[in-house]
Design a protein around this ligand. Structure first.
Ligand SMILES: *[C@@H]1O[C@H](CO)[C@@H](O)[C@H](O)[C@H]1NC(C)=O
Ligand SMILES: *[C@@H]1O[C@H](CO)[C@@H](O)[C@H](O)[C@H]1NC(C)=O
Ligand SMILES: *[C@@H]1O[C@H](CO)[C@@H](O)[C@H](O)[C@H]1NC(C)=O
Ligand SMILES: *[C@@H]1O[C@H](CO)[C@@H](O)[C@H](O)[C@H]1NC(C)=O
Ligand SMILES: *[C@@H]1O[C@H](CO)[C@@H](O)[C@H](O)[C@H]1NC(C)=O
Ligand SMILES: *[C@@H]1O[C@H](CO)[C@@H](O)[C@H](O)[C@H]1NC(C)=O
Ligand SMILES: *[C@@H]1O[C@H](CO)[C@@H](O)[C@H](O)[C@H]1NC(C)=O
Ligand SMILES: *[C@@H]1O[C@H](CO)[C@@H](O)[C@H](O)[C@H]1NC(C)=O
Ligand SMILES: *[C@@H]1O[C@H](CO)[C@@H](O)[C@H](O)[C@H]1NC(C)=O
Ligand SMILES: *[C@@H]1O[C@H](CO)[C@@H](O)[C@H](O)[C@H]1NC(C)=O
Length: 474
């Protein structure tokens, strides 16, 4: 009870602070700001007319800065600009001269809306808009709006179109011709790991009538539409057909899951989970690991003890190994299968040895899983992530592992997604969500990568359990 009270007081204080500091409803040309060193959490520039959302500098891990729109009551970012790493010091400046530009006196421009506008407003649905007025116009035109550039969150009334993606680390959500897909971004390759195809019960998708788009409905579902007449698909949440007054959002989590939440006035309530079994997540235990439902994570090799994602790669480096045909050792494991195998291609083969030798001959093949019952041979053209442990001894895995030099610890997991490593851009932007929450809850432990190149922080909105997964910052 005490803790709850304290929370309320702190929340109220924060709220009033934000209100005092930022009563501004619009920013006009000439606006400029630098991070205020006395602010430890969020420096607000702009609020929406209801004071529910605020736009400003979000401080991350003391020294870094993100440009974000927060849901004020929960301090939860609902949008974060896709910027490269920026520091919370006076070398960083935000200006508005028609474009919103985040720059650094030492490193140059980090982000720009590349627009020509007259003012910036934050709409009551959290949409940050740059508006432009011209003589004779009845209303402003919108050269740029944050709704067109979602980060990892889709909020109520925001249209999610074929041009957009939700991104979190090495995972993304995109629309296909008639489905919603979740993808891993491997080096040069995208693999779908979750697919929801439109049911077309109320309306059919008509070729040539334009692409589909998705939007959260207040009636508790993620609707997919081709036009406004009727949805072509309804993906129901728990609150389906039980209208709730609070804000709803859909978020791509850092573990690759897609979840929906609604705000009940004091907490985010989980309303939908796309992948309900953790082991079915694309990389739940990190690389070279086996996830067994009810029994957690183990490393593929029997030597390494598993504590957290990335552990199993400690002695297995795959740097430059993707093309390597020699210098690897083979690990075989029975009772494993691929997560999301329904979405993987396979070839029917007569025997395990046929499946294995087919992979062995091919440099691009990094492993294969054979089902001795069905004869299906699944070949992997990427470094394996987490496998699912099953009781069925007929399912046999064959994996190529490149021996790594000691001291290259932890590299594997970070590079796994390809995105995280090279493009710190996405890394930091997307890390923000997890980190910010953690940062606020110091009693929860922050997991730092041993090489300083990885930060591990992950916490589900609304859930009490804390899990850590590694992400990269530049
Ligand atoms: C963020 O920016 C990078 C580089 O500019 C780009 O490759 C990436 O697709 C962007 N991510 C999103 C979610 O727009
Ligand atoms: C705004 O500032 C940027 C960076 O200083 C500059 O490149 C751009 O031309 C300016 N835009 C206008 C409309 O002045
Ligand atoms: C939000 O703004 C729109 C118009 O911009 C208005 O019609 C609507 O009533 C507002 N909603 C709330 C809850 O203030
Ligand atoms: C979403 O798309 C529909 C149909 O194109 C449009 O009527 C509506 O205004 C859009 N909403 C937003 C917030 O852009
Ligand atoms: C978005 O996608 C549509 C349909 O594919 C295309 O016509 C349009 O040019 C795209 N818009 C942008 C901004 O890329
Ligand atoms: C926005 O604020 C109003 C009161 O100012 C409140 O009734 C409403 O629930 C809030 N909406 C959100 C999404 O927080
Ligand atoms: C919102 O949810 C939290 C957590 O489940 C609960 O403690 C609280 O009573 C709920 N608030 C309302 C207004 O329902
Ligand atoms: C791991 O241990 C099991 C049983 O103890 C054994 O069958 C398997 O071959 C071992 N795997 C490796 C990679 O050493
Ligand atoms: C080698 O494996 C890759 C990935 O599985 C596949 O795309 C390619 O066709 C294979 N090449 C041959 C010659 O089998
Ligand atoms: C695979 O199935 C065949 C019969 O279909 C059986 O002879 C063989 O022992 C099985 N191999 C394994 C590894 O289970």
């Amino acid at each position: 009870m005490r803790a709850t009270h304290l929370c309320f007081i702190v929340a109220a204080l924060l709220l009033s602070l934000l209100r005092v500091r930022a009563s501004t409803l619009e920013l006009v040309k000439g606006f400029a700001a630098t991070p205020d060193s006395s602010i430890s959490s969020f420096q607000s520039f702009l609020v929406d007319p209801n004071g529910n959302f605020s736009f400003g500098f979000l401080r991350i891990q003391q020294s870094q800065l993100a440009l974000a729109v927060l849901h004020v009551a929960s301090s939860e970012p609902v949008w974060v600009a896709n910027t490269s790493t920026t520091h919370w010091d006076d070398s960083t400046t935000l200006i508005f001269n028609g474009s919103v530009i985040l720059s650094n006196s030492k490193t140059g421009t980090h982000w720009s809306t590349r627009s020509e506008g007259n003012r910036i407003v934050l709409r009551n649905n959290s949409n940050l808009q740059i508006q432009k007025f011209e003589e004779g116009d009845t209303g402003p035109s919108i050269p740029w709006q944050s709704f067109d550039f979602p980060s990892n969150t889709l909020i109520e009334n925001q249209n999610f179109t074929v041009n957009m993606s939700l991104v979190n680390g090495a995972f993304s959500m995109k629309l296909g011709g008639n489905f919603i897909g979740l993808y891993t971004n491997f080096i040069n390759q995208n693999h779908i790991y979750w697919k929801h195809t439109a049911m077309e019960a109320k309306a059919s998708i008509i070729q040539g009538e334009g692409p589909i788009y998705a939007r959260i409905s207040q009636n508790g579902f993620l609707g997919t539409y081709q036009n406004e007449k009727a949805p072509v698909d309804v993906l129901p949440f728990n609150t389906f057909q039980r209208p709730i007054s609070g804000l709803s959002l859909v978020r791509l989590e850092s573990d690759g899951n897609l979840k929906s939440y609604y705000w009940n006035g004091s907490a985010w309530i989980l309303d939908f989970t796309a992948i309900t079994e953790d082991c079915e997540l694309p990389n739940f235990c990190g690389q070279f690991a086996v996830c067994t439902p009810g029994n957690g994570c183990q490393c593929l090799n029997n030597r390494t003890e598993y504590h957290r994602p990335g552990d199993c790669t400690r002695h297995e480096s795959q740097q430059g190994s993707t093309k390597s045909c020699t210098g690897y050792s083979i690990i075989r494991k029975t009772g494993v299968e691929l997560p999301y195998k329904e979405l993987m291609e396979f070839e029917k083969m007569g025997s395990l040895s046929e499946c294995e030798s087919d992979c062995e001959r091919n440099c691009s093949c990094r492993g294969a899983v054979y089902n001795n019952g069905s004869g299906y041979c699944y070949r992997l053209d990427y470094e394996i992530g987490t496998l699912v442990g099953v009781g069925d001894e007929e399912k046999i895995g064959y994996f190529k592992m490149v021996r790594g030099e000691e001291g290259e610890e932890g590299v594997g997991f970070c590079c796994w997604g390809g995105v995280g490593c090279g493009g710190g851009v996405v890394g930091i932007g997307m890390a923000v969500f997890g980190v910010w929450r953690l940062w606020r809850r110091r009693r929860e432990k922050m997991v730092m990568g041993n090489d300083g190149g990885c930060i591990g922080a992950y916490r589900d909105l609304g859930s009490a359990s804390f899990r850590s997964i590694e992400m990269c910052k530049s």
